[in-house]
Design a protein around this ligand. Structure first.
Ligand SMILES: C[S@@+](CC[C@H](N)C(=O)[O-])C[C@H]1O[C@@H](n2cnc3c(N)ncnc32)[C@H](O)[C@@H]1O
Length: 284
């Protein structure tokens, strides 16, 4: 994995308006310890990172995101964008092998074939392409233009069944066209905690009544992975998901699982939540 150049912004970022670029430069200046030490920006997220316990650095990061959620969100976006601009970005979870829960949702008909699926935080579109091959019309959404550009590039041969859109799932009143089936693998667990209620509202609005939402979220019990947003127990994560999504969804099932990985890489503990949209008369 190569380390992105931190001094000059990548080409696409240079095309952003001056004001936003200045803000991002400020964000960049405050990048994490990992980034400033010259390690790959993704090092703390990789399951092959050295074993260490979350200490004061992790706790202060959690505090910063609590105090400055919008700033943290903007910084996260900037980091993701830089990762997706790196052609060598290949984290362990970026795999063409579908997660077993997604296979089960398709094979059992929980995601009915004739319905459209939205993949939330689709990255470079591996899940979208797999779903399209199973006969679904798929919309992949990500807030990084670079992720969507790479998803589109890799999907050129399947273009008919696939659409991609750049959208921030934490934007107030996003107003997506509602569909029956939605999947989130690995997006929610990286969202700033204070913005999760907005994220949940947007997803609820995008799910038709009785529709199905499959959420796969890491528990980050693995002490080698540092995530200040982590809820590091299965019970804790279940309660948290109930608290954030419970107004809109019934949790039909919650099961321990692993975020599957590229061959030869370790996976990481996670939970799968099978949720059904409640009546919109109660919560729009
Ligand atoms: C861990 S990756 C998972 C990618 C893909 N779902 C997969 O399983 O391969 C999380 C993705 O969520 C996207 N993301 C994070 N926050 C987002 C937000 N607020 N709105 C839209 N996308 C977001 C990131 O850009 C990134 O591509």
């Amino acid at each position: 994995m190569t380390t992105p150049d931190k001094k000059s912004p990548p080409g696409e970022l240079q095309q952003l308006p001056g004001g936003l670029r200045a803000k991002l430069a400020l964000v960049s200046a405050f990048q994490s310890r990992e980034a400033s030490s010259g390690l790959p920006v993704f090092a703390s997220y990789s399951p092959v990172a050295p074993k260490r316990r979350p200490g004061w650095a992790s706790r202060s990061r959690a505090k910063i995101q609590q105090l400055f959620p919008k700033w943290t969100h903007l910084r996260d976006w900037y980091r993701w964008e830089r990762r997706w601009l790196n052609p060598n970005f290949s984290p362990f979870w970026k795999t063409n092998d579908p997660q077993k829960e997604i296979v089960a949702a398709v094979e059992s008909g929980w995601f009915p074939k004739q319905q459209q699926v939205i993949d939330l935080g689709c990255g470079s579109g591996e899940i979208c392409r797999w779903l399209a091959r199973q006969g679904f019309a798929v919309l992949g959404i990500d807030y990084c233009p670079a992720a969507i550009a790479s998803a589109q590039r890799f999907s050129a041969e399947q273009a008919g069944a696939l659409a991609y859109e750049v959208a921030d799932l934490c934007r107030e009143n996003l107003r997506l066209k509602p569909v029956f089936s939605l999947i989130d693998r690995g997006c929610f667990h990286r969202v700033v905690k204070n913005l999760r209620p907005v994220f949940a509202r947007n997803i609820a609005q995008a799910t038709s009544e009785g529709g199905h939402f499959l959420l796969i979220s890491g528990t980050f019990q693995d002490s080698r992975i540092i995530n200040p947003r982590a809820i590091p127990s299965e019970e804790g994560l279940r309660d948290h998901v109930e608290e954030i999504f419970g107004d809109y969804f019934i949790i039909e099932r919650a099961e321990a699982t692993f975020l599957n990985a590229r061959e030869g890489h370790e996976s990481t503990p996670a939970m799968a939540f099978w949720m059904v949209r409640k009546s919109k008369a109660i919560h729009a």
